[in-house]
Write a protein of this length. Structure first.
Length: 510
């Protein structure tokens, strides 16, 4: 097998990442050596590969679905928004500059097509199949000329296209038909058919509409995936949870101890890698919510300031909201407070930033003894160490260099030498993302928090975050295996789009 497929969507958040991961897990369970690919990703949730490259977390998750190590080839272009109209461009895992949306789409994007195609070709030469994910919608006609992630990559690599639609939003038939009808004749030849996502109810009631869609477009529907709560995969383009809600909808076991532990996460601007708190939400008896008002910190046993692509902007936001004063009071009262990456920097004495915000010296909250200087080179590492007597693994993605002038070390090496972060009383800070996924450390940290908060909370002794991730990926594979036409999907991946697919007018405008 030497196949490929592009999973496109009628809209952003139609389910492309989920479907791509599900197809990858289904294929690998059939003995296929498969890899994920997304030519261009816009996300503040990123990951660091073993070779020190930064890619989208969704592609890292999809690599896990494939049971392979993620590499920069799987996401050659990553855009990290820094405001309403500009993004940092990360090429093959390394930042190459900041560009406005106009500057990127006005010329830079098309110049990256050769790099993107080379990465895809290298993956296709190594794996039996490559399952590609599109971005947004392939029918974004204003961007088609410079497109390198949807039909641009499909046409150049001759990939069949499967269009996913979220029926839970409504209007899925119009979305399917309109997506095809707004593509050029050459692009339409590659659109093989559709896949319905998040269906609730009796599928037989949907079948007449699917038959009519086939009659109108000449294209089949490759499956109807039912709505499932709590799939919990890493998010890509934004925060998919309510600021008043929990992180995940999935049910977890009841608390082991007499009390629950309440965690409040400050929903700062340009929040990045908020997936750091997923491991806490997976713990029985831990309640995680995102907050944006100081009064919401009052009953929290632990407050977290997460990472951000705009540290100075986030600091200003905390001050404007009154959260900065609330956080200072919390630190003075010895109530647990954790800053991660940008959140760690915010807790320090001051920040020298001529890179990200270019604001020069900015005063921090002053609750941890550190000074931060933003360096032009981004730190991208996968560190390991110890904390609270437990092994810890993490990953670092930041321009800020911290000079710690006091307090206790947070993470240390086996000889006890400080590796990162610091702690003063019950205020903790670290640049390490992902540390809470280390089960032993997470349990030890939660025991410390519970003791400081006076809660009779007991961490579950057997929660394995890695095992929970595997279970979620297997559930995605099950969705494809049980609710998609896998024989037809196999033929599509192996042989490409069917010949003779009809043209649906009007096609792309001239």
């Amino acid at each position: 097998m030497n196949g490929g497929l592009l999973v496109a969507g009628t809209t952003s958040d139609a389910g492309k990442s989920v479907v791509t991961a599900g197809i990858c897990r289904w294929l690998v369970r059939q003995g296929v050596k498969v890899a994920p690919f997304k030519a261009q990703n816009m996300s503040l949730n990123s990951f660091v590969t073993r070779e020190g490259a930064e890619i989208g977390r969704a592609q890292a998750m999809q690599a896990q679905a494939c049971r392979v190590e993620p590499t920069a080839l799987m996401n050659p272009v990553l855009l990290k928004p820094g405001g309403e109209q500009s993004s940092q461009v990360v090429l093959l895992g390394k930042p190459v500059g900041e560009l406005s949306a106009r500057g990127y789409h006005g010329g830079r994007q098309q110049k990256l097509l050769g790099t993107v195609l080379d990465c895809l070709a290298e993956l296709r030469g190594t794996y039996d199949a490559v399952i590609c994910e599109g971005a947004g919608s392939p029918a974004e006609i204003n961007l088609r000329r410079t497109d390198i992630v949807n039909m641009g990559i499909a046409r150049n690599a001759r990939l069949p296209v499967l269009v996913v639609g979220d029926i839970d939003r409504g209007g899925v038939f119009a979305s399917f038909f309109g997506t095809v009808a707004l593509l050029s004749r050459e692009d339409q030849e590659l659109v093989a058919g559709f896949l319905v996502n998040k269906f609730r109810g009796d599928v037989s009631l949907l079948e007449p509409g699917l038959d009519m869609l086939h009659g109108l477009t000449g294209r089949q529907t490759y499956g109807v995936l039912p709505f499932r709560h709590g799939l919990g995969i890493d998010e890509e383009d934004g925060l998919r949870v309510s600021l008043r809600g929990t992180v995940r909808e999935s049910a977890v076991a009841p608390p082991v101890g007499a009390d629950v532990l309440r965690v409040a996460v400050c929903a700062i601007p340009l929040m990045s890698n908020f997936t750091d708190v997923d491991a806490l939400a997976a713990e029985p008896g831990v309640v995680v919510r995102f907050v944006d008002r100081p009064e919401e910190l009052a009953d929290a046993d632990l407050v977290i300031i997460p990472g951000t692509r705009g540290t100075v902007r986030a600091l200003e936001w905390l001050r404007e909201r009154g959260l900065a004063d609330a956080l200072r009071r919390r630190a003075a009262e010895q109530r647990p407070l954790l800053g991660i990456c940008g959140g760690f920097q915010i807790l320090g004495e001051h920040i020298e930033d001529e890179v990200e915000s270019r604001r020069g010296r900015v005063e921090g909250l002053g609750v941890l003894p550190l000074r931060v200087r933003f360096a032009p080179e981004k730190i991208l590492t996968r560190p390991e160490g110890r904390a609270l007597g437990e092994r810890v693994e993490g990953y670092e993605i930041h321009h800020g260099v911290a000079e710690v002038t006091g307090g206790d070390a947070f993470f240390s090496d086996d000889e006890g030498h400080s590796l990162d972060g610091c702690r003063v009383g019950q205020t903790w800070g670290t640049h390490w993302h992902g540390s809470l996924e280390s089960d032993g450390f997470r349990r030890a940290f939660l025991r410390e928090v519970a003791a400081a908060a006076g809660r009779r909370f007991v961490p579950a002794p057997d929660t394995s975050f890695a095992a929970l991730r595997e279970e979620q990926l297997d559930r995605l594979g099950d969705l494809i295996e049980q609710h998609a036409d896998t024989d037809a999907l196999w033929r599509l991946i192996e042989s490409g789009a069917p010949q003779g697919l009809p043209f649906i007018p009007p096609g792309a405008p001239a």
